[in-house]
Design a protein around this ligand. Structure first.
Ligand code: GLC
Length: 629
């Protein structure tokens, strides 16, 4: 059947008649699936029996919010899920307009004959980062440095409250990738280079979902990206992870096993390949391992337009759709051209290339999570949570996380902590830049420098901590420094990026602006403290001897005051490296136990009281001056 005729069939709504009406709840006339007192499994079966093939295909289709010509389109095509791609926000970008947008899509979904609520997904990967004014927490690499799973659970809960306040009920987080090569642009989305770190931080799932789905502000979590995304050759994003099955299972599978055990509601498949075979086509890893061996009962979602990549050509085809759905993918993040997608999927089912049993299994998984989330009973935004977006309490929690994520790598002559009465010269492109300190996935997909949202810069935090803020002088480039200052603090590092845009296949050093600023500070003879705002270790060996102290701040998010807490000694640093710090970029990949001589080993971190090694590291006690290694 030609797609156009097919579409006419769908659009006209004269889809195949549903199977015979099934039970009503206790003779109330209300269909059983609408009776919340019945077991979820029974409600699912009742609903499934009432659904047409087009209803079922629609449930497996996720579209980007900008794609439907109007929310009414959702009803015509029976769309089961909508998402915001990175940075895709309503105008104005406020929590309440997000909630209005969500409710408008939901009203359309509920207007269909069976009234199945849609589920709305977004990347709240370090707080509800698409929403202006939301609290942005440190990115995962900084949370890995805290070694504090309970803190990560609390962050998950705070994130769930802000996400719920905007209507969104599905978070494409946590990323449980194990970053093995710091050249990878998504290193900062990882909790670190060892599987046990990501496994420990699956507490994020419990924070987001609650002990079980459906409680107040409960949001569906997503374990991503399954599996081996952080292990690609050369750290190439969406590249090829060439490992034996034993090594893949040892390095990259454990966090997903723990996520399943914690009841994660969804799993997102990785763009990457395993030994040359695209993950999105892997029946063995998705169905045999994830669903059968690990017992995953939630639903599997593809990554953004990832199905299109299966044949190495642009756009998706019926054959690619069959490969992905038959591999075990339950919902397709299409996200554009959904009428064509639905037409092709309908054709594949009609031709028997996708068995109806697979369509029903996908629907059972999706509907089970919608029932468990309570979407049938509470389909609209719970506006009681909207005021939590960017709340003081959440910002305090974020500041605590920033403090605990700071890793002190060098502290010669006890340059830190600064005296609050000290005369300090602050320089660097990231000292007064919320955008730089937040990194990628912040208001926009790639993030950007500048005043992108509300928060506290490192400089603002320092001035608030100092006894006389006028003695904290700032020039981005270090112009004006002289010998009258007690110390110079250079806040330098990386500009924001996300995904493949952040891959660094060449040098991993500081950029020209930072180097020029640092040279100016060095020339003054004033002791230099470097605060590195970056998504990964950078190649700083050659410069380290110029600096009295080095603090890895990672990507702290909106609460730069947490960095000042450490700089001024209101908090003695406790952070430990979640990744091995290279001596030079050509050592990549460099990981604990591989025998390569690092600049700072995994688990390394100093405090003001004494040198500290991390659990399971080889670092020995070092003099408080940190010394150069
Ligand atoms: C992106 C990312 C994934 C994200 C998805 C939706 O390409 O790979 O992490 O959840 O698309 O934005």
């Amino acid at each position: 059947m030609r797609v156009s005729i097919l579409l006419a069939t769908i659009v006209s709504g004269c889809a195949l008649a549903p199977s015979p009406a099934t039970a009503t709840a206790g003779g109330t006339g209300k269909p059983a699936y609408r009776d919340a007192s019945l077991p979820v499994a029974q409600r699912v079966e009742d609903l499934l029996a009432r659904m047409t093939v087009d209803d079922k295909i629609g449930q497996m289709t996720q579209v980007e919010r900008t794609e439907p010509a109007s929310p009414a389109d959702l009803a015509q095509y029976r769309i089961g899920s909508v998402l915001s791609g990175g940075g895709s926000a309503p105008t104005p970008n406020t929590a309440s307009s997000w909630a209005d947008m969500y409710d408008s899509f939901q009203s359309a979904a509920l207007s269909t004959p069976l009234g199945i609520p849609m589920i709305y997904g977004a990347d709240a990967v370090h707080g509800h980062n698409n929403v202006r004014g939301a609290t942005l927490f440190p990115h995962n690499i900084g949370l890995g440095a805290t070694r504090d799973p309970a803190l990560v659970r609390r962050i998950g809960r705070a994130t769930a409250e802000e996400v719920s306040g905007t209507g969104v009920d599905w978070d494409f987080a946590p990323c449980l990738c194990v970053a093995r090569n710091d050249r990878w642009g998504r290193t900062y989305e990882s909790f670190g280079e060892k599987p046990e770190l990501a496994t420990a931080m699956t507490t994020m799932i419990t924070g987001l979902q609650g002990q079980s789905l459906g409680g107040s502000a409960s949001v569906l979590a997503t374990a991503k990206h399954y599996v081996g995304d952080g292990g690609t050759t050369g750290g190439k994003d969406q590249g090829d992870t060439r490992l034996s099955e034993a090594r893949l299972r040892a390095l990259h599978l454990p966090p997903f096993k723990d996520a399943v055990a914690k009841g994660v509601g969804s799993v997102m498949v990785s763009y990457s390949s395993w030994n040359g075979a695209r993950m999105h086509g892997s029946h063995y890893l998705i169905t045999d391992v994830l669903k059968k061996e690990l017992g995953f009962k939630g639903f599997v979602v593809s990554d953004w337009a990832a199905i299109d990549q299966l044949d190495g050509q642009k756009d998706f085809t019926g054959a690619e759709i069959s490969t992905a759905i038959n591999a075990g993918i339950d919902m397709a993040m299409v996200p554009y051209e959904y009428p064509r997608f639905i037409g092709l999927l309908r054709e594949e089912v009609a031709a028997g290339r996708i068995p109806m049993s697979r369509i029903d299994d996908a629907n059972r998984r999706i509907l089970t999570k919608k029932f468990e989330l309570g979407l049938f009973e509470h389909p609209f935004t719970d506006r009681s949570w909207t005021s939590t977006v960017g709340s003081a309490a959440h910002r305090q929690l974020a500041r605590e996380a920033v403090r605990k994520s700071q890793v002190l790598l060098k502290n010669a002559s006890a340059a830190l902590p600064l005296r609050k009465s000290a005369k300090v010269f602050v320089a660097g492109k990231s000292a007064s830049d919320i955008g730089n300190q937040s990194g990628g996935w912040s208001i926009t997909w790639q993030g950007a420098g500048g005043a992108i949202t509300e928060g506290t810069t490192v400089l603002q935090g320092m001035r608030a901590a100092a006894s006389d803020p006028s003695r904290v002088v700032y020039d981005r480039y270090g112009v004006g420094i002289d010998g009258s200052y007690d110390a110079a603090v250079a806040v330098v590092g990386e500009r924001p990026y996300a995904e493949f845009e952040g891959d660094r296949q060449d040098g991993m050093g500081l950029d020209a602006e930072d180097l020029a600023t640092l040279a100016r500070l060095k020339a003054s003879g004033v002791p230099v403290v470097v605060v590195l705002v970056s998504g990964r270790p950078l190649d700083v060996s050659a410069r380290l001897s110029d600096w009295k102290a080095l603090l890895a701040a990672w990507l702290p998010g909106t609460e730069g005051g947490g960095v000042a807490d450490v700089l001024y000694g209101d908090y003695s640093p406790t952070g430990k490296l979640p990744v091995t710090w290279m001596r030079s970029a050509d050592q990549q990949p460099i990981n604990d136990g591989d025998g390569k001589p690092s600049l700072f080993p995994y688990g390394y971190g100093l405090s003001y009281g004494r040198a500290r090694g991390g659990v399971g590291t080889h670092v020995t006690a070092v003099a408080n001056d940190g010394g150069t290694r």
